[in-house]
Design a protein around this ligand. Structure first.
Ligand code: FES
Length: 574
């Protein structure tokens, strides 16, 4: 099959002349590179994204691999989504980054691409864009950061911040110790070293077949990651020659595998939204019911923080994703193709767990069911999620009276007030914190436990919102309630004192208020007025889909197989 880049460099001569001349202006000899695959390296490095700091070094190693395999590497920047700095949420910009990746690939002489990701949203954004462009693509992450030590204890990114912050609020930790923790917890480049959203998404990229086996969990500072980058560069050249595209790899069967791995990992609830969005780009529908169906028959195996005890360095030492998939083998679609050119079954036949405390055998799981449950009911007609593995077993079936916050600001203003009418049985409800409501679907769902309860020794309480929570968070937290309050979902109608019932074993979340009373409230309900009248946030509000549909933009998903196959014709520059 002729290379796509030939259209630029060997097509209409007056244009090809200009394109070859452009290569010469970069010091590249078009005769030497004639008919060699052009490999784009989509680099999400940025000084504004601490988690992606090592991607420049990895890009150089990828280039070495591409050159060694006979390709021409051309690195390009994309926007970067750093979870720590971006406000209100990097999630607001996931779709923008996906568009950046897709359109850069579509508009340039690229035959294949290496996607360099790390922090949470960079991984799904790149895969969404690459799925839509559908050029041969392989992903490589920057890896988890080194594990810090504080007071002789290993401390995990994010998770230990939330844990110790509660201790600060309860007066058990001094300000000086707190500042020491700040310096100790993020002690190298790389992504969060818990099984938060970043590690979950890079693990799922590997499980889908879009990353070389065993690479996602390699530590950021490990020299083997540089070797893996070289190998990734070599491999993409072969993928171009074999015309191995994302649509061949990211199939419905591969998404089922990824969902099972998510459940076995005890991974982030954010992955539910991202997988739905990624699949949607390939015209594959993943209803929440599919997650629940697979969760009920997938054991939770991986003992990692925030659900369990260990951190990503231990996970890698235990065998990483291939070891998990080998334990799940009988549940997986092993004939799925991967970037290696081998099917999954061949890859995991060589894998096993080297530490059964960290990656448990399927016959001795941490739980016989997966870590995430999806819910529905009168409070969430289109669904909601809960990370049962990180919740309190005593609250899995619970009835309580609502304490309602109408916005994040309202919650911050009142959560620690001694006058807040809350007790251990209350259900905290946060409204207007969803995709359209903010906008951007921030991670505000882990509402802090009110100070007065912390002082009574109560560390968990049922919390419900249309928001998300960090993959490093924990607690009995119902998230992604759909439709969201700002879109007029029943969550918008909840008032203080209403009875709410959470029943995770039966996958229900219900608001016990009469239909007549809800109709009365709905007649008085007014859609919140957004201050965003222009620009990208306005585009987001007008086009973002709800959480159960992946929060992609409605116009970015193909509506049928014909739209999926459509490739815009290349039109020469005048
Ligand atoms: Fe970037 Fe966790 S904040 S990976």
């Amino acid at each position: 099959m002729p290379l796509r880049s030939r259209e630029w460099f060997a097509g209409r001569e007056e244009l090809a002349f200009q394109h070859r001349s452009a290569l010469r202006s970069m010091g590249l000899d078009p005769d030497f590179y004639d008919n060699k695959p052009v490999i784009g390296i989509a680099n999400s490095w940025s000084d504004l994204n601490n988690c992606n700091q090592n991607l420049r070094q990895l890009a150089e190693a990828v280039k070495r691999g591409v050159l060694a395999a006979g390709g021409l590497p051309l690195e390009f920047p994309t926007i970067s989504l750093g979870e720590e700095f971006m406000k209100p949420s990097a999630m607001l910009y996931r779709n923008l980054m996906a568009m950046d990746v897709e359109e850069t690939l579509r508009s340039n002489p690229v035959d294949g691409v290496v996607l360099l990701c790390n922090c949470d949203k960079t991984t799904p954004a790149q895969l969404m864009g690459a799925a839509s462009a559908n050029l041969p693509a392989i992903q490589l992450n920057g890896g988890p950061r080194s594990v810090g030590s504080w007071r002789g204890q290993a401390v995990g990114s994010g998770t230990d911040i939330w844990r110790y912050w509660d201790e600060v609020r309860a007066g058990k930790i001094t300000q000086s110790d707190w500042r020491d923790l700040e310096a100790s917890i993020s002690c190298s480049a790389g992504a969060c070293n818990t099984m938060g959203t970043a590690s979950t998404m890079t693990s799922l990229s590997e499980a889908l077949g879009m990353m070389l086996p065993g690479v996602s969990s390699l530590p950021a500072t490990d020299a083997r990651r540089l070797a893996a980058a070289e190998g990734t560069g070599r491999r993409i050249v072969s993928m171009v020659h074999a015309d191995l595209r994302p649509s061949t790899i990211m199939t419905a069967a591969a998404f089922d595998n990824a969902i099972r791995v998510l459940m076995a990992l005890g991974g982030s609830t954010n992955a539910v939204v991202h997988l739905i969005a990624m699949a949607g780009r390939l015209n594959i529908t993943l209803p929440l019911s599919r997650f629940d169906e697979l969760s009920r028959t997938t054991p939770w195996l991986v003992n990692l923080s925030p659900s369990g005890d260990f951190l990503m360095d231990a996970f890698h030492g235990a065998g990483g994703v291939p070891a998990v998939m080998s334990e799940l083998k009988s549940l997986l679609n092993t004939d799925c193709m991967t970037v290696t050119g081998q099917v999954l079954g061949e890859i995991i036949s060589r894998a096993r767990s080297f530490n059964r405390e960290v990656i448990r055998p399927a016959r001795e799981p941490l739980s016989p069911q997966g870590a995430i449950s999806t819910l529905s009911g009168s409070l969430a007609p289109n669904g909601a999620v809960i990370k049962a593995s990180a919740a309190s077993p005593r609250l899995m079936q619970h009835r309580g009276r609502a304490v309602v916050f109408h916005s994040y600001e309202d919650m911050l203003a009142r959560i620690n007030s001694p006058d807040l009418p809350v007790d251990a049985d209350s259900v905290l409800v946060l409204q207007n914190a969803g995709p359209k409501g903010v906008p951007g679907f921030p991670e505000w769902g882990m509402i802090p436990v009110p100070q007065k309860l912390l002082e009574q020794g109560i560390s968990d309480i049922v919390r419900i919102s249309d928001s998300r929570m960090s993959g490093t968070s924990f607690g009995t937290v119902v998230l992604h309630v759909a439709p969201e309050a700002a879109a007029g979902g029943p969550l918008a109608l909840v008032e203080d004192g209403d009875e709410i019932e959470l029943d995770v074993p039966n996958r229900r979340v219900d608001l016990h208020v009469s239909t007549e009373e809800l109709s009365r409230r709905r007649a008085n309900w007014k859609s919140p007025v957004s201050l965003h009248l222009r620009g990208y946030p306005r585009l987001y509000i007008d086009h973002v889909l709800q959480a159960d549909e992946g929060c992609d933009f409605d116009f970015l998903r193909p509506r049928n197989a014909e739209e999926l196959k459509f490739v815009p014709p290349l039109v020469g520059r005048s």
